[in-house]
Design a binder for this molecule. Structure first.
Ligand code: URA
Ligand code: SF4
Length: 218
C-alpha cells in the first residue's frame, strides 16, 4: 500500500457478494497491517450451511477479532468464548443454526507474552479498514437483527463514542442496516475478576439475548 494511503479492505472485496466467494477472497486481503502476523483470515460463518449461497439467517453476531484458537482453526468463535456463547444462545432459546457469527476485523492481532499470544484490541483505523468485509457479509446474509458483542463491534457500526455499559440491550435503528443491539462480549464475561461479577455480567448478557428472542418473535 502506498505510504499515506488510507487503509481499506475495499480493493480486495469482490463484487460477488456470496459467502463462498467472499470467504475465499478475504484470505488475500491486505487492507491493513493485521494480516501480517495472523495465520489466516477468519471470515464469518453459519454453524451449518455456510456454503449455501443464500443462507437463512435471523441474527448476525459480531465479535471483535479472531482469538488464538480461531486464528489456528480458521473459524470464528470456536474457542472458550464461542463455547460460552453457544450455551447462552441455547438458554435464550435462540436457534444456533440461524445465527451467523463474525468479527469486526478478520485477522488476529496479538502481542507475545512469554509463549502466549495475547490479543491486542484493534485500532479505530483497523476497524474502519475492515468494514467493507462486514458490509459485504451483511449483503450476503441479510439478517433480521445484528447483535454487536462488545464495544469494538458496536463502535464500528454505531460510532466511536458508543458505550456498552450505558446503551446495551437497546434496539438502534441505523439507516441502511437492520436493527442493531449491542451487549457485552462473552470473553469479557469470562475474564470477570470475581464470581459475583461474572454472575452479574452473565445475567446482563442473558437479559439482552432474551430481548433478541422477543424481537424475533414479533
Ligand atoms: N472473540 C471474538 O471476538 N471473536 C472470536 O471469534 C473469538 C473470540
Ligand atoms: Fe483486511 Fe480486515 Fe485483515 Fe485488515 S483485518 S487485512 S482489513 S481482512
Amino acid at each position: 500500500m502506498p505510504v499515506g494511503a488510507e487503509q481499506s479492505a475495499a480493493p480486495f472485496v469482490p463484487d460477488d457478494r456470496t459467502l463462498p466467494v467472499l470467504q475465499e477472497a478475504v484470505q488475500h486481503c491486505q487492507g491493513c497491517d493485521l494480516y501480517k502476523n495472523a495465520t489466516q483470515a477468519v471470515f464469518g460463518e453459519l454453524e451449518t450451511g455456510a456454503k449455501a449461497k443464500k443462507p437463512k439467517v435471523s441474527i448476525m453476531m459480531i465479535g471483535e477479532q479472531p482469538g488464538d484458537q480461531e486464528d489456528k482453526q480458521g473459524r470464528p468463535f470456536v474457542g472458550p468464548a464461542g463455547k460460552f456463547l453457544d450455551k447462552c444462545l441455547e438458554a435464550a432459546d435462540i436457534n444456533r443454526r440461524k445465527v451467523y457469527v463474525t468479527n469486526t476485523v478478520k485477522h488476529f492481532g496479538w502481542q507475545p507474552r512469554g509463549k502466549l499470544r495475547i490479543h491486542k484490541k484493534p485500532s479505530m483505523k483497523e476497524i474502519h479498514a475492515c468494514r467493507p468485509w462486514l458490509e459485504a457479509e451483511l449483503e450476503a446474509v441479510h439478517p433480521e437483527i445484528i447483535v454487536c458483542l462488545g464495544a469494538t463491534a458496536a463502535q464500528s457500526l454505531l460510532g466511536s463514542g458508543f458505550k456498552i455499559t450505558q446503551s446495551h440491550g437497546k434496539i438502534h435503528e441505523v439507516e441502511g442496516f437492520p436493527p442493531i443491539i449491542a451487549t457485552l462480549h462473552p470473553s469479557a464475561i469470562l475474564r470477570a475478576r470475581t464470581d459475583e461479577d461474572r454472575q452479574r455480567d452473565t445475567k446482563i448478557f442473558m437479559d439482552d439475548l432474551r430481548r433478541v428472542t422477543e424481537f424475533l418473535k414479533k
